[in-house]
Design a binder for this molecule. Sequence first.
Ligand code: PLP
Length: 399
Amino acid sequence: MKLNKNFKNLKENYLFAEVSRRVEAYSSAFPNSDIISLGIGDVTIPLSLKAVDACKDAAIGLSTKSGFRGYGPYDGYAFLKNAVVDYYKMRGVEIHADEVFVTDGAKNGIGNFLDLFDSDNTVMIPDPVYPAYVDANILAGNKIVYVNATEENEFLAMPPKKGKADIIYLCSPNNPTGAAYNKEQLKQWVDFALENDAVILYDAAYEAYIDDKSAVRSIFEITGARDCAVEFCSFSKMAGFTGVRCGWTVIPMASPLNRMWLHRQAIKFNGTSYVVQKMAESMLRGGYEDSKKMVAAYKKNAKIITDKFDALGIKYTGGIHAPYIWFNCGVDSWEFFDYLLKKARIVCTPGSGFGKNGNGWVRLTSFNSQERTEEAIKRFEPFWKEFIDVRDKLFTAVR
Ligand code: PLP
């Protein structure tokens, strides 16, 4: 037996595992400390009752002769695919139900999609970014080139003047930086992909957080995108489905990837559960207002954080179109993480865990409750003032 030799190329500690390890070490040393997590990107608001009712109805249906369902379609039930089509239509984007593939979440969709590509492609990935793209490509043994997202381009990586790519990952609104592309910026990526005969794998897991026209919700709003893009979306952060598990992928019919993906799913996937698809449908139909309220609550928390950062003069991106606030601490991100935990008992995510350009930066999330977010921000103000005083003496500077 020969093991996948690419495993040894992965970093030993997955970012969030290392965050948990450090938090556990701190909690066991100080068992009574009241730690607030603004770190990991999991939601906290309970499910909408609309989703729960849909779950109950579907489960009861399964116990009846007429409502029973066995294996479902590999690409999802028509009721959910049509709901997704209508969701896009509401925003003026026309897609066809045969272009929608229901998944058990965006992460699986994005990772598994690599099955469709040869291993000698050049894969372009922004730095910093959601770590799953890099790790999935390392496991597949693919050649990765990075495009820089830095303070200079407001953490929105743009196509390089020179350089080629076959597969391009974009994430907007971005995890970790919260930055979101506007139409002109995304058009440059679409043009670059078309010139390179490349595919853009567009991760729109946070599209529900965009509520005005200054940022793009779907890459299919951009002319030319239907000839070069695939879009991944998720119910996780728009409807609290991180544990329920459901997402969708849009692959234009004209792309060979559409039929290939159906074939791949038929080989390796027996579909997302019927009950979960019913729950997901409810969040795009009768429960849509509840989903909007959930998103609004997280955005309110984000504003609590960014208002304080504005007052303290802290440089940041995000918080407007995203549940993430990405701020500059100017020092080694892990050193800052430890200091914030020790001094204010707040858990953040060190920016360096998302790529080399993330060092000196920190990600906070707005997924905790309003009360805990307010408490964290109350602690943060004195912490920050003290940190500024000792920053040059105690920490490794990152410029
Ligand atoms: N894409 C991005 C950018 C994410 O941040 C996450 C989760 O944090 C995912 C995808 C995973 O989404 P899902 O829960 O649908 O698998």
